[in-house]
Design a protein around this ligand. Structure first.
Ligand code: B16
Ligand code: MG
Length: 215
């Protein structure tokens, strides 16, 4: 069994992935850029700045944007996002998460967070999840975004473990690639077609205990 588990936040512990989607969609609408749920898959796990570049890449009108424009767009997106997540409570924790975290605690397996989100500390506090974590690494602490392994390597270090002792749980392909680059095993949450780099894929956190017990 692993000595530590590093969890992604958005889409694994909390269903914030849909709020990111709605916030990007609102910005896309303002800029009159077509943006579908399929396009949004490419933004999952990716940093705020890199996500904006992907969104603007969908603009086929040839318009150009200054750095000031981009900074303003990022503010608009985050303001939309904050207006959704300010209402988060423990009721928004995804099914199976509390059972999984409680199980890891009873087994003395260390628990870390490896999230690209700068809003991660706020979300952990709003939902009461902070208390479960031995280490929290978020988007304020790393400059190289997933699929770069920095967030998980820092997480392992903070848990005082080596990469091969850690398991990552991710809902994005960029995050799964980051785990592979870090030399860690990775369970994908979602659908296999979106997570080709995961070692195993399960539909939700409800299946977490069953999967980890056999490793
Ligand atoms: P923020 P995760 C990621 O969080 C999200 O999946 C991704 O969609 C988002 O762009 C990124 O955080 C940055 O989030 O704008 O809140 O700083 O999945 O790594 O927990
Ligand atoms: Mg995620």
């Amino acid at each position: 069994m692993y000595k530590g588990v590093l969890f992604d936040l958005d889409g694994v512990l909390i269903d914030t992935a849909r709020y990111h989607y709605q916030a990007w969609q609102a910005l896309a609408k303002q800029l009159q850029i077509p943006f579908t749920e399929q396009d949004n898959e490419r933004l999952k796990g990716v940093s705020r700045v890199a996500s904006l570049d992907i969104l603007l890449g969908l603009d086929k009108t040839g318009r150009t944007y200054t750095e000031d424009d981009k900074a303003q767009f990022l503010q608009v997106k985050n303001d939309h996002y904050l207006s959704y997540i300010k209402h988060l409570t423990a009721a928004d924790i995804l099914p199976g998460v509390i059972e999984a975290l409680t199980f890891l605690k009873t087994e003395n397996i260390r628990i870390g967070l490896g999230s690209a989100s700068k809003n991660a500390p706020f979300i952990l506090d709003k939902t009461g999840l902070s208390a479960y974590f031995d280490a929290v690494i978020d988007g304020n602490m790393v400059t190289q975004a997933k699929p770069h392994p920095a967030v998980f390597l820092l997480g392992a270090e903070a848990l005082r473990l080596i990469p091969s002792e850690c398991l990552v749980v991710e809902d994005s392909e960029a995050g799964c690639q980051a785990a592979v680059h870090a030399g860690m095993a990775v369970i994908g949450i979602g659908e296999r077609e979106h997570l080709p780099s995961a070692d195993k894929v399960v539909a939700s956190m409800r299946s977490f205990k069953k999967v980890i017990i056999f490793n």
